[in-house]
Write a new protein. Structure first.
Length: 79
């Protein structure tokens, strides 16, 4: 069974990626890890309130990062 630390690692990897050509794969890996953990919540009655809040914050941050990547890609094509 995946632990909360597994999704944290993929999340941190996405946040710390500096190669914009690889960042999308890191975001997808983080989303996948978070989705797997959320799926596990059905087995352990929803996880802790702290982890739930951290996951919500992580998903929000990944969405912001995804928008920044999209903006970077648009500017790269235009320039």
């Amino acid at each position: 069974m995946q632990t909360e630390h597994s999704w944290l690692k993929t999340y941190h990897d996405a946040l710390l990626e500096t190669d914009w050509t690889r960042i999308e794969e890191k975001i997808e890996a983080a989303h996948s890890g978070i989705r797997a953990r959320l799926n596990e919540f059905s087995l352990d009655h929803g996880g802790t309130p702290e982890e739930n809040q951290y996951i919500e914050d992580a998903l929000n941050a990944l969405n912001v990062l995804r928008k920044e990547v999209a903006a970077w890609q648009r500017s790269s094509r235009a320039g």
